[in-house]
Design a protein around this ligand. Structure first.
Ligand SMILES: Cc1cc2nc3c(=O)[nH]c(=O)nc-3n(C[C@H](O)[C@H](O)[C@H](O)COP(=O)(O)OP(=O)(O)OC[C@H]3O[C@@H](n4cnc5c(N)ncnc54)[C@H](O)[C@@H]3O)c2cc1C
Length: 407
């Protein structure tokens, strides 16, 4: 079986690793539009325990389990610095896996390196443009004029997926969520918060968060509200001085370390618009093309789950391809794709909805803030009382890779 994976971000290389672990007799190539260093660009992410579980399921967690910093507790304060409560990020798992704060470079770079070490072909700098069928095979075309044939085409090409458009030309466009993301790591900057605790401030006009790192630094991010969708490329043109001034203005009425963090943040300050993708009507075309990760269901960053969802998808798709019945590759693929979707759709859509609710609470107006400040402490107190058990639907997910998938 020849498998062509478009996208060498997080989910694509992990699908290739999972197919190898499944022992599938497959020739696999991952084609990525950007260079390896561009793929690793980005800030810090919360990589939650269920994502590490998916990597462990295919013996791929090794290089990452000790990287970054554990995140155990989230605490919340309002603009005046008054505590709104705190709660464990989740109850502890039987396997003791915890969520970790990781530089995106560490996650994407670690996964890419592992794929290369295990002999997977990762081709960089070539962009998928379109595809067509010839018999049961897909023929994909690329921006350098090359073509590749495959029995299965996988779109792991992120939120602006081109494979999604091949599968369904009228597929939904990503939904803009009206907050931006800006943040990073401050080496040698100490904050008065216990190790393992992420403190989040519902500021008067902007959500702001900070967390100490064991090396004496701080990871931080801010979510400036931004009602209108920014034009693509426009955020990159905003200068560092302008970001600092905007963030100082937004945090002007609030108490806490935000102003010192804004002043000390190393340049360049980089911002991302927020999008999600609640329902993609078609995850596959019932023949030989399928989506995974952000291409199928992007989650707003506030859920801290996008990378983990892509990894859960990747290992599930590999299990379905391994166990699908059928006398030919195309019969097995045709059986595997709907089974994979059936195993994944409800969970991912529930998480997208959860991420959207959390993002919206960050962009509340004056009335919304009053309601929020009244309701949140009750919610956090309930979550604290149950020791984080209510978050286990997110982070307690476990993949038993060798268990056969029922068809
Ligand atoms: C600001 C921000 C903060 C985030 N924070 C978190 C967090 O805390 N926790 C978390 O789990 N997730 C977080 N996420 C989400 C997470 O990064 C994504 O959900 C995750 O990377 C999805 O993995 P993926 O493999 O589906 O897509 P990606 O990792 O986006 O990879 C897709 C790849 O496909 C490539 N590609 C696109 N088009 C083509 C083409 N035509 N041809 C070839 N290659 C192509 C792209 O270059 C890219 O490398 C955050 C996202 C953002 C923007």
């Amino acid at each position: 079986m020849k498998v062509l994976i478009i996208g060498g971000g997080v989910g694509g290389p992990v699908l290739a690793l999972a197919l190898a672990r499944a022992g599938l007799d497959a020739e696999v190539e991952v084609v990525e539009a950007r260079t390896p260093s561009e793929v690793e660009e980005g800030s810090w992410i919360t990589f939650q325990a269920n994502g590490m579980d998916a990597l462990r399921a295919i013996d791929a967690a090794g290089p990452l389990e000790e990287q970054g910093y554990p995140v155990e507790t989230i605490s919340f304060v309002n603009g005046r610095g008054r505590s709104l409560g705190s709660m464990p990020l989740a109850a502890s798992r039987p396997d003791r896996l915890t969520s970790r704060m990781l530089a995106r470079r560490t996650l994407a770079g670690g996964i890419g390196q592992l794929a290369r070490d295990r002999g997977i072909t990762l081709t960089h700098g070539v962009r998928f443009v379109s595809a067509r069928y010839e018999g049961s095979q897909v023929v994909a075309t690329f921006n350098d004029g090359s073509e590749r044939r495959a029995d299965l085409l996988v779109g792991a090409d992120g939120i602006w997926s081109r494979v999604r458009t091949f599968i369904d030309p009228s597929a939904a466009r990503p939904r803009y969520v009206p907050v931006l993301n800006v943040g990073g790591h401050l080496p040698g900057f100490r904050v008065d918060v216990p190790q393992g605790e992420f403190r989040m401030q519902f500021g008067t006009r902007c959500f702001f968060a900070w967390m100490p790192t064991p090396d004496g630094g701080t990871v931080w991010f801010a979510n400036p509200p931004h009602p209108g969708e920014p034009e693509r490329g426009s955020l990159e043109r905003i200068s560092d001085a302008s970001w600092r001034s905007t963030l100082h203005t937004l945090m002007a009425q609030d108490h806490g370390p935000a102003h010192d963090i804004i002043d000390a943040a190393p340049e360049p300050l980089r911002a991302w618009a927020t999008y999600d993708l609640p329902t993609v009507r078609r995850w596959h075309d019932s023949r030989a093309a399928v989506l995974l990760g952000d291409a199928a269901h992007a989650v707003a960053p506030s859920a801290g789950q996008g990378a983990s969802m892509a990894l859960e998808d990747a290992v599930t798709l590999a299990r379905c391809l391994r166990d699908a019945p059928g006398a030919t590759d195309s019969a097995r693929i045709a059986a595997a794709l709907p089974r994979y979707e059936a195993l994944r759709r409800a969970r991912t859509e529930k998480i997208v909805a959860y991420g959207h609710r959390s993002s919206n609470s960050k962009a509340a107006g004056p009335l919304g803030r009053v309601v929020r400040d009244a309701i949140l402490p009750l919610m956090f107190a309930r979550a604290a009382r149950d020791g984080g058990k209510s978050m286990m639907w997110l982070q307690g997910h476990h993949v038993e890779f060798d268990a056969p998938v029922e068809f």
